[in-house]
Write a protein that binds this ligand. Structure first.
Ligand code: GLU
Length: 471
């Protein structure tokens, strides 16, 4: 059997970590078995769906590297859902319901007040054609409800991740399949589409478990074979409460804007309910496709931890070439840095061990110092103005021609120190101050390499001249 799976987000917000995890697991499975990954935008709730969120979902999936083989928008398919709902109406499996939202809400509150399950009470179930005509003539437009036999409510289904799931009594009255404005509800559209799109396995989040029996009843009503169903775990924050905004970034877009690499986000999402069983934690997309299997998916709640993501991000940052690192970091760097491309690439490589996200490059004090430090025109700090510093800097200028790369720095500094009767530390200190304006930071040999001979000379001369002209 060919595997056909789908990710079916509702475009009512940006793509959340939970949705992205569902998308990834479906995608990995499809790629692993050379099956088909379908993207279906469930945008039939006209009041809540927005085109900008559809676009945001496309962007986030593309950024993660989750490409789809087929794409459907439910808003293009409204006639199909209506036709299917009317089929059930014609066969007596659905009926028109004329209750208004206000009436339904009042009755719901009443039942809740009595401590009862607030199900639809079946009021319109057995209206005669005459009663229906009278209600229509009052201008009421009916919704269509699916007729749920009481005996169906004690039900069960087989979940391919969880085994048998039983409901002693599923709390559902006759549920709406077509709203009074002619648009379908989620359950109807989902069933009609999963059937039409020949979806073999529905792999989705745990919060849909109670929808599954309703969907299976609809399959039976239509006389269709249902797909297999599997429900993934809940995702929690580090405090083991359901993941929410207060835990920090929860959408893919936010993670991207905070400077996480898609490789790291995918890696972290994959570990939310799946593990290879080998202890390996760092995966690329290719190694994930190779290693992924449904047998190793667990349904225990999973904690999404930004600290873990930061660690994975460092691991994936470490794997990027200097060019790639610069390409990814570019949007986070200040505009107009006076460093060449190779200088910047080298600077990022040198600073990489000290950052966890791309955004941290942007305000890294060492990068700011490298890129923007200009020696002060007046009032050199006492340390730079000291005769020993000035002598060290002058001596260094004389030896700069010998500095091919950072390697030669240390022996030259030692020689200068011994000639001037200073400690090597004093010479290093003076050089660092002159070149970066800071007393600590990146190794000096790296600084000299990144700045290059010309810029190194320019910065030192600016400091030495100042002293010379003032004395
Ligand atoms: N639109 C539903 C959601 O976003 C899809 C659920 C499903 O996969 O069936 O939760």
């Amino acid at each position: 059997m060919s595997i056909r799976v789908r990710f079916a987000p509702s475009p009512t917000g940006e793509l959340h970590v939970g949705g992205a995890r569902t998308a990834l697991f479906n995608w990995l499975w499809a790629r692993k078995c050379r099956g088909t990954f379908i993207l279906r935008i469930e945008d039939t709730d006209l009041a809540r769906s927005e085109a900008r969120f559809t676009q945001a979902i496309f962007d986030s999936l593309k950024w993660l590297g989750l490409d789809w083989d087929e794409l459907y928008l439910q808003s293009d398919r409204l006639a199909l859902y209506r036709q299917r709902a009317e089929e059930l109406l014609a066969r007596g499996l659905a009926y028109p319901c004329f209750c208004t939202p206000d009436e339904l809400e009042a009755r719901r509150q009443h039942l809740l007040g009595k401590g009862e399950i607030p199900e639809y009470d079946g009021r319109c179930r057995s209206l005669t054609p005459g009663e229906q005509a009278r209600l229509r003539s009052q201008g009421r437009r009916p919704a269509l409800r699916f007729r749920v036999p009481e005996e169906l409510k004690a039900t069960s289904f087989h979940d391919f991740l969880r085994g048998e799931i039983q409901f002693k009594r599923l709390s559902t009255g006759d549920f709406v399949i077509l709203k009074s404005d002619g648009t379908p509800t989620y359950n109807l559209a989902c069933v009609v589409d999963d059937h039409a799109m020949e979806v073999s396995h529905v792999l989705r989040a745990e919060d849909h478990i109670s929808n599954t029996p309703k969907q299976i009843w609809l399959y039976e009503a239509f006389g269709w074979q249902p797909p297999q169903f599997g429900h993934l775990s809940l995702i929690l924050g580090p405090d083991r409460h359901k993941l929410s905004k207060r835990h920090g970034a929860t959408t893919v877009e936010e993670l991207r804007d905070q400077g996480f690499l898609p490789e790291a986000v995918v890696n972290a999402l994959a570990l939310l309910g799946w593990s290879p069983g080998t202890g390996q934690e760092v995966f690329t997309m290719e190694t994930l496709v190779g290693a992924f299997s449904l047998e190793r998916v667990v349904v225990a709640p999973q904690v999404f931890d930004l600290a873990k993501l930061r660690w994975l991000n460092r691991e994936h940052l470490a794997r990027l070439s200097p060019q790639e690192l610069l390409f990814r970091a570019r949007r986070f760097l200040p505009q107009g840095l006076p460093l060449s491309e190779p200088q910047l690439g080298q600077a990022l490589v040198a600073l990489r061990p000290s950052v966890s996200t791309l955004a941290e490059f942007g305000h890294h004090p060492d990068l700011v110092a490298l890129a923007t430090w200009t020696p002060p025109r007046e009032g050199l700090g006492e340390e730079l103005a000291a005769p020993s510093s000035q002598a060290a800097l002058r001596a260094f200028v004389g030896r700069l021609a010998e500095v091919e790369d950072g390697q030669q720095l240390r022996p030259i500094v030692r020689e200068i120190a011994s000639e001037l009767g200073l400690s090597p530390g004093q010479v290093f200190h003076a050089l660092r101050l002159a070149l970066t304006g800071r007393t600590e930071g990146l190794e000096l040999s790296r600084v000299v390499e990144i700045l290059g001979r010309e810029e190194t000379l320019r910065r030192i001369l600016a400091v030495v001249e100042k002293e010379g002209s003032g004395s």
